[in-house]
Write a protein that binds this ligand. Structure first.
Ligand SMILES: Nc1ncnc2c1ncn2[C@@H]1O[C@H](COP(=O)(O)OP(=O)(O)OP(=O)(O)O)[C@@H](O)[C@H]1O
Ligand SMILES: [Mg+2]
Length: 424
C-alpha cells in the first residue's frame, strides 16, 4: 500500500488515483476468530510453608529475596497471564530462576498452583480430579525435557511407542504410528538402535517423536535444545518449525536464548522474578519494548531477523507513468530533489526506474517518453521479507529496492540507508 503523506506529492501524479491502490481497512477482516487452546490467568506459585505471610508482604510491595529471607517462601510465579492460540508457538524466556519451568509444570499440574486459573481447551485444569489429570497428561498434553528423559533400556522404537504401549495399544498399531513419528523427526533407519548410540540432537528427536506419538493438542517444551551444541540446536529449531507447520501443534516453548525465542515464538513472554514483563510478537517487542529491562534483554537480538521490509519501506517521493515524456520526468525528479524516479504502468504495476541521466539523454534524443530508457530489471522484494534476507540484494543494486505486492504493484521502496539504520 502506498501511504500518502504529502498532498503535494499526490497532486503531481495527476491521473493516478491513490484511492485505487489504498487498501480499505474494512477489506482486511480476519476471517475466523482464532481458538484459544490454553489460557493462564493470574497464576501464582509459592514454595514454602508460610504462604499467607508471603502474600501479605507481596501486597505491601516487598521483593522476592526479602520475602524469602523473612518467611522462607520462594515466590516462583507471581501473577502470570497469557493465552495460546491453536497452532501457535508461545515462547517463554527469562533468566534462570525467573519461574519459567514452574509455569510449565503448573500447566499440566505437575505443580499445583498457589492461586490462579488454567484453562485447557476451555476446561479448568486446576480443579480436575486425578483421573482427568491422568487422561490429560496421557493424551492431550505432552512434555519434552532438556534432559531428554529417555529410557536407555528401550531402543528408539520402544521409547517413541512407549505412550501408546501404556495406553494398551497393540504392537502393530503402535509401531506403525511410532514409525510415522520417527520418520517425521528424520530418524528413519535408527528405530532399532539403542539410545546410547545416539547424539544429543538425535536423542532430542526421539524425545519429540515420543511426545508427538500421542497426538497431543499441546506440547510443553522446557528448554528442549539447551543441551545441544549450536549446530544441532539450529537443526532442531528448523526441524521443530517444519514439524509444527505440518502438524499445526500448539506449543509452549521455554528457552534462555532470546534469538531462539524470537525464531520459534509467534508470541514471546519475557519473565522476570516470577512475572511477565512484556508479552508480544517478536516484532512488537523489538519495536516497542515496554521498559529498560526488556530493552536490555533484547540488546543482543539481531533486529534484521525480526523486522521485515514493511517496517522500513517508504513511499517513493517520485513516481511517474511509463508514458511520461522526458521533460515531465526531469521536472518531477528535480522538484523532488532525487536522481531516480519509480515508473509504473497503466494498472499501477511496477515497470522500472528511470535515472535523471537517462531522462536527460531521452530529452536530448527527442524521445516521446521515458519508456525506452528505463532500467527494467530492478530487484523487487516482498513486504514480508526479513531485512536479513534482502541485505545481499540491496547491496548489489544501485537503487532502493522496489516493494511489490502479489499483483506486481508498487507498495513502497527500501533504501540502503533504511537498511543500515535498522541494523543499529
Ligand atoms: N520444588 C521447588 N521447591 C522450592 N523452590 C523451587 C522449586 N522449584 C522451583 N523453585 C524455585 O522457584 C523459582 C523459579 O524456579 P524455576 O525452576 O521455575 O525457574 P526457571 O526460570 O525455570 O529457571 P531455569 O532457567 O534455571 O530453569 C526459583 O527460585 C527456584 O529456586
Ligand atoms: Mg527451568
Amino acid at each position: 500500500m502506498i501511504q500518502v503523506q504529502d498532498s503535494k506529492q499526490v497532486s503531481k501524479i495527476e491521473d493516478i488515483k491513490i484511492e485505487d491502490i489504498k487498501i480499505q481497512d474494512s477489506e482486511i477482516q480476519d476471517s475466523e476468530k482464532p481458538e484459544v487452546v490454553l489460557s493462564v490467568r493470574g497464576l501464582r506459585k509459592f514454595f514454602g510453608i508460610n504462604r499467607s505471610a508471603a502474600r501479605k508482604m507481596l501486597q505491601e510491595g516487598a521483593g522476592k529475596s526479602e520475602i524469602l529471607k523473612k518467611t522462607g517462601v520462594t515466590v516462583a510465579v507471581d501473577g502470570v497471564s497469557f493465552d495460546v492460540e491453536r497452532g501457535k508457538i508461545f515462547a517463554l524466556i527469562g533468566l534462570s530462576g525467573s519461574g519459567k519451568s514452574t509455569v510449565v509444570r503448573c500447566i499440566n499440574m505437575l505443580q499445583r498452583p498457589t492461586s490462579g486459573q488454567i484453562f485447557f481447551e476451555g476446561r479448568d485444569v486446576v480443579h480436575m480430579n486425578k483421573q482427568e489429570l491422568h487422561e490429560l497428561r496421557r493424551s492431550k498434553i505432552s512434555m519434552v525435557f532438556q534432559s531428554f528423559g529417555l529410557m536407555s533400556h528401550r531402543d528408539v522404537m520402544g521409547n517413541v511407542a512407549y505412550g501408546l504401549d501404556v495406553r494398551g495399544i497393540g504392537k502393530e498399531e503402535r509401531e506403525r504410528k511410532a514409525m510415522e513419528m520417527i520418520e517425521l523427526v528424520g530418524l528413519a533407519g535408527w528405530e532399532r538402535r539403542a539410545i546410547g548410540d545416539l547424539s544429543g540432537g538425535m536423542k532430542q528427536r526421539v524425545g519429540i517423536a515420543r511426545a508427538l506419538c500421542n497426538d497431543p493438542d499441546l506440547l510443553l517444551m522446557d528448554e528442549p535444545f539447551s543441551a545441544l551444541d549450536p549446530l544441532a540446536r539450529r537443526d532442531m529449531q528448523f526441524e521443530l518449525l517444519s514439524i509444527q507447520k505440518k502438524l499445526g501443534k500448539t506449543v509452549v516453548f521455554i528457552t534462555h536464548d532470546i534469538n531462539e525465542a524470537f525464531k520459534m515464538g509467534d508470541t514471546v513472554g519475557i519473565m522476570r522474578d516470577g512475572r511477565i514483563e512484556q508479552l508480544g510478537t517478536p516484532t512488537d517487542l523489538t519495536l516497542f519494548p515496554a521498559n529498560d529491562y526488556v530493552k536490555d534483554f533484547l540488546g543482543s537480538i539481531d533486529k534484521t531477523k525480526v523486522l521485515s521490509v514493511r517496517h522500513i519501506m517508504i513511499t517513493p517521493s517520485c513516481l511517474i507513468r511509463e508514458q511520461a515524456d522526458p521533460v515531465t520526468a526531469i521536472r518531477e525528479m528535480s522538484e523532488n530533489d532525487v536522481s531516480t524516479a519509480y515508473v509504473i504502468g497503466r494498472k499501477m504495476e511496477f515497470v522500472g526506474v528511470v535515472t535523471l541521466t537517462n531522462a536527460l539523454q531521452a530529452r536530448h534524443d527527442n524521445l516521446p517518453s521515458v519508456a525506452s530508457v528505463l532500467t527494467r530489471d530492478v530487484p523487487s522484494v516482498d513486504q514480508d521479507a526479513l531485512i536479513s534476507d534482502i541485505i545481499g540484494t540491496a547491496s548489489d543494486t544501485p537503487f532502493p529496492l522496489a516493494v511489490l505486492d502479489d499483483g506486481g504493484r508498487l507498495e513502497g521502496i527500501v533504501s540502503r540507508a533504511a537498511i543500515l539504520s535498522s541494523l543499529s
